[in-house]
Ligand binder design. Structure first.
Ligand SMILES: O=C[C@H](O)COP(=O)(O)O
Length: 220
């Protein structure tokens, strides 16, 4: 199984330089990752670097807190698509969610989904901040909003993806939504475990290590 085709090769650091982005995009082309996942300021540069390749551009919206106004998230998403993004990863409004203001959580997501049309939308739940019941409820809201992927984590909190959380999401959404596991996935064996339980996409800043791990496994 070619795990590289499941990887969103991620570089979301606030201090990422143009040189870093150039190197990142070159890695993505060399390893044929599904996409690069980068901050929106670098979409034009990535578009230029990836022109003619199969590597897609994914960016983040309302990242990493999810606490920006819905209108800001919509505007961010539209601008990103205009600049060349192929997929949008938005962060759910955790404050609204913990306030049990589920209608506003839904509207926040639905407004972005409506604004971007057929462009795939992934919604980041930030599972480290949620109970098991919270993961179920957030997944149900995402289902109602007809998002394309549910994504586990930003990678910017104390912990990231867990197999347990992915299993809860999958049990909730069944085959009605894809799952992206992200945050703390740094080696081939771990990435493979997520793929084996039905995760369609891996968000990771360690794509090269994972890819090399697959190669060394294949050699044995
Ligand atoms: O997918 C987005 C995450 O930021 C990647 O997290 P990571 O740096 O722990 O691989």
């Amino acid at each position: 199984m070619n795990i590289n085709s499941h990887i969103d090769h991620t570089l979301l650091s606030a201090t990422a330089t143009e040189r870093d982005i150039i190197d990142h995009c070159n890695q993505a082309k060399k390893h044929q990752f599904y996409s690069v996942c980068i901050n929106s300021c670098y979409i034009p540069l990535a578009k230029q670097l990836l022109n003619g390749s199969n590597v897609k551009i994914c960016t983040v919206v309302g990242f990493p807190l999810g606490a920006t106004a819905t209108s800001s998230k919509v505007s961010e998403a539209k601008q990103a698509i205009n600049d060349g993004a192929h997929e949008i990863d938005m962060v759910m409004n955790l404050g609204f969610f913990k306030s049990k203001n589920y209608v506003e959580v839904f509207k926040d997501i639905k407004d972005v989904k409506s604004a971007i049309g057929k462009i795939p939308l992934k919604v980041i739940l930030e599972i480290s901040e949620l109970s098991k019941n919270g993961i179920v409820k957030a997944s149900e809201i995402c289902l109602d909003a007809k998002v394309d992927f549910i994504k586990t984590s930003t990678g910017f909190t104390k912990s990231g993806a867990t197999l347990t959380a992915v299993k809860i999401i999958r049990k909730t959404v069944r085959k009605n939504c894809k799952i992206k596991a992200s945050g703390g996935i740094g080696d081939y064996e771990t990435a493979r475990k997520y793929i084996d339980i039905g995760v369609e996409r891996i968000g990771t800043s360690k794509g090269v290590a994972i890819s090399n791990g697959e190669l060394s496994c294949a050699d044995h």
